[in-house]
Design a protein around this ligand. Structure first.
Ligand SMILES: [Zn+2]
Length: 566
C-alpha cells in the first residue's frame, strides 16, 4: 500500500489563506506525504467529493486540563473538526503542585471556571509534581493532540503555599517561581498564562493567587520566556480600560514573545470599544511586536425570566425587586409608580453591561398557548403588535404568564459589520471556546463551525480560505506548533473534512458523561464528516472511533530531560 489513508476528490483549503483547489491528500505514518492527483493504493479511502479538506482546527483557549484526564477526546472537540487543544489558560493549571497543594488549585478551578467540584475530586488522579510530569501523564492516552500553558496560579501556590492568596512574594520566592516556569517550559509547556481579572475569586472568596503578584514578580516570570526564546504569554485583565493596551504593548516589547489578551468583542453597551482596542494595539504590531486580542464568533448570551433573571442587576430598583418574594415582586411589577422608577433607571446615561434596547431582547419561550405567536419576536416587536410601550409589554406578558416567560438577551457580537471587521483584523485571534469550563452554563466547542457556517456562508464577512487560516495556520504559528496547521507534505495529517454548504454548530445539549455523575453541556455539529488526527480517523459520520492517536505537543524549549529534583 502506498498510503494508509487517501482522501479523494475534495477541495483542499490548506490553511495558508491561498485559494482552495481540487486534489487528493495521501497520508502515511501519520503524516501528509503527497497532495495532487494521486493514483497509489490505500488501506482506507475517503470520498471527499463536494467536501472541503482542511487542516484540523486548533482550539487554543480551553480549560480541558482536568477533562482530558477522563475524556481523551475533550468531547465535543472532534465533532467540530478540532484536532489540537491548548489547555492551561487564564492562569489555571493542575501543575506544578506539591503533595497537599492540590486543593488550592481545585478551589480556583471550581469558582473561576465553574467546574463541578465532585467531578474534579473523582476524575483527577493527582500524582505529578512538575508541569512536564503532568504532560507525561497524558502521553499515549489522548485521542486529539494536546498542549498546555503553565498557569501562574499554580506556580505561585507551589512556592508560597496558602500565603499565595495573602501577600506579595519576596525576591527569593520570585527566583523560585522563575525556576518553576523555566522547568515547565523545559518540560514542554507552550507558554505561560496569568490572571489579573479583579472579578476572579476562589471558592472561599479570596482572590486567585496570581492577582497578588506585583510587577517584579509578574515581569520576572515573563522574562523567563524571553530568556528561553520560547512560548506565548496569555493574559486576562477583566473590564477593559484604556491603560490595558499600554500594558500589553509593554509586555510585548519587553519580552519579544507573542502576547494574547482577552477580549475584543462588539458590545452594544460600548459599541466603539472594539475599534478603540484594535486601533490602540496597531502601533505595537507596526513597531514589530505581537499582542493579539482574542475574539469569539458567538455572542455571550443570557437566557432569563423574571423569577430569577440577573440581567437588570445594574439598576437598583430592578435588583431590589428581584430579591423580593415572587408575590411581592408581581405586585410591584403591576404598580404604575414602580414602573415609572424602572423606566427612569433605564434612561440614565451611565455605561452598563445591559444594552437597554428592547429590540435586542427576544422572547424564546412562553407559558400560555395563546402567546405562542410571540416566540422568536423581540420585545419591541411584541409591544408594537400589542400597541404598548415595550417596558409595559415586557412586564405585562411576564405577569400574564406568572413570570415564566423566557427571554434571551446578548450584549455582544450582534452587529455583523463590527464582527466582520474584528474577525478580519490581522491583530485578532479567533477562539475562546473555554472548553472544559462553565460546563453547566454553556458549551461553545463550535466557534469554528459557527465561523464557517454563520460568518462565512451566511454573512460572507470572511472567505472560506481566510476563515480556515484563522482556525489553523495562524494559531499554530503563534503557538509554535511547527508541523501543524497547514496541508503540506511532511506536516502531521490532522484533517477536518466538512461540507461547506451545511457546516454549523448545533444547540448545546445535556450529557451525563462527567465523573461522579455530574451533568454538563455538550454541543453537536452539522456537516463535519470526518476528523483525522495524526493520520487516524477518530470521528466519522457522527461517531468517535475509540482510537487514541493524539500527541502531546511540546514547546521549543522542551529538553526531554526529567524535571530537576526540588
Ligand atoms: Zn479562559
Amino acid at each position: 500500500m502506498e498510503f494508509d489513508l487517501l482522501v479523494r476528490g475534495g477541495t483542499v483549503v490548506d490553511g495558508s489563506g491561498l485559494p482552495g483547489y481540487r486534489a487528493d491528500v495521501g497520508v502515511r505514518d501519520g503524516e501528509i506525504v503527497e497532495i495532487g492527483r494521486l493514483r497509489g493504493s490505500a488501506a482506507r479511502t475517503i470520498d471527499a467529493d463536494g467536501l472541503v479538506v482542511a487542516p484540523g482546527f486548533v482550539d487554543h483557549h480551553t480549560h480541558l486540563d482536568a477533562q482530558m484526564l477522563w475524556d481523551p477526546y475533550g468531547t465535543s472537540e472532534p465533532q467540530h473538526g478540532v484536532t489540537t487543544v491548548v489547555m492551561g489558560n487564564c492562569g489555571l493549571t493542575l501543575a506544578p503542585v506539591h503533595p497537599g497543594g492540590e486543593d488550592a488549585i481545585v478551589q480556583s478551578f471550581v469558582r473561576v471556571e465553574a467546574m463541578p467540584r465532585a467531578a474534579l475530586a473523582a476524575g483527577v488522579p493527582w500524582g505529578w509534581r512538575s508541569y512536564g510530569e503532568y504532560l507525561d501523564r497524558l502521553e499515549g492516552r489522548v485521542g486529539i493532540n494536546v498542549g498546555g500553558l503553565v498557569g501562574h496560579i499554580a506556580v505561585r501556590h507551589d512556592v508560597l503555599g496558602e500565603e499565595a492568596v495573602e501577600r506579595a512574594a519576596t525576591p527569593d520566592e520570585v527566583a523560585r517561581m522563575r525556576q518553576l516556569v523555566a522547568e515547565a517550559l523545559e518540560g514542554g509547556a507552550l507558554g505561560m498564562s496569568t490572571n489579573r481579572n479583579d472579578r476572579h475569586f476562589r471558592e472561599d472568596g479570596k482572590p486567585v493567587s496570581s492577582r497578588l503578584a506585583d510587577d517584579d514578580e509578574f515581569f520576572g516570570l515573563c522574562d523567563v520566556l524571553s530568556e528561553l526564546n520560547s512560548g506565548v504569554i496569555e493574559t486576562i485583565r477583566g473590564l477593559h480600560q484604556p491603560d490595558h493596551i499600554a500594558w500589553y504593548d509593554h509586555l510585548a516589547r519587553r519580552t519579544g514573545r507573542p502576547i494574547l489578551w482577552q477580549i475584543v468583542l462588539h458590545r452594544w453597551a460600548e459599541p466603539d470599544l472594539w475599534r478603540e482596542q484594535l486601533e490602540g494595539i496597531a502601533p505595537t504590531f507596526q513597531a514589530g511586536y505581537r499582542a493579539y486580542g482574542l475574539t469569539n464568533t458567538v455572542p455571550i448570551v443570557n437566557r432569563f425570566n423574571l423569577r430569577n433573571g440577573q440581567v437588570f442587576d445594574e439598576f437598583r430598583t430592578w435588583k431590589n425587586l428581584m430579591f423580593l418574594p415572587d408575590v411581592v415582586r408581581k405586585q410591584a411589577f403591576a404598580d404604575p409608580e414602580t414602573r415609572q422608577k424602572l423606566r427612569a433607571e433605564m434612561e440614565t446615561p451611565e455605561r452598563t453591561v445591559f444594552h437597554r434596547r428592547w429590540d435586542l431582547v427576544r422572547i424564546i419561550k412562553v407559558a400560555r398557548p395563546e402567546n405562542a405567536g410571540y416566540v422568536g419576536k423581540s420585545v419591541a416587536e411584541m409591544a408594537a403588535s400589542r400597541g404598548q410601550d415595550p417596558l409595559d409589554a415586557f412586564l405585562d406578558l411576564s405577569l400574564e404568564e406568572d413570570l415564566e416567560t423566557m427571554f434571551w438577551s446578548s450584549n455582544s457580537n450582534g452587529d455583523p459589520e463590527a464582527v466582520g471587521e474584528i474577525l478580519r483584523s490581522p491583530y485578532t485571534l479567533v477562539g475562546q471556546s473555554d472548553a472544559g469550563a462553565h460546563v453547566q452554563f454553556d458549551a461553545a466547542f463550535g466557534y469554528g463551525t459557527t465561523l464557517l457556517g454563520e460568518w462565512v456562508r451566511e454573512r460572507g464577512v470572511l472567505s472560506l480560505e481566510q476563515a480556515i487560516h484563522k482556525l489553523t495556520f495562524q494559531v499554530a504559528s503563534i503557538y509554535g506548533l511547527e508541523d501543524r496547521g497547514l496541508l503540506r507534505p511532511g506536516y502531521a495529517a490532522d484533517l477536518a473534512i466538512f461540507d461547506p454548504q451545511t457546516v454549523a454548530a448545533g444547540e448545546p445539549e445535556w450529557a451525563e458523561d462527567y465523573p461522579a455523575n455530574t451533568r454538563r453541556l455538550v454541543q453537536p455539529s452539522v456537516g463535519m464528516h470526518y476528523t483525522v488526527v495524526n493520520g487516524q480517523v477518530i470521528y466519522a459520520d457522527g461517531a468517535l472511533s475509540g482510537d487514541l492517536p493524539g500527541h502531546v505537543l511540546r514547546g521549543s524549549a522542551y529538553t526531554g530531560q526529567p524535571a530537576l529534583a526540588r
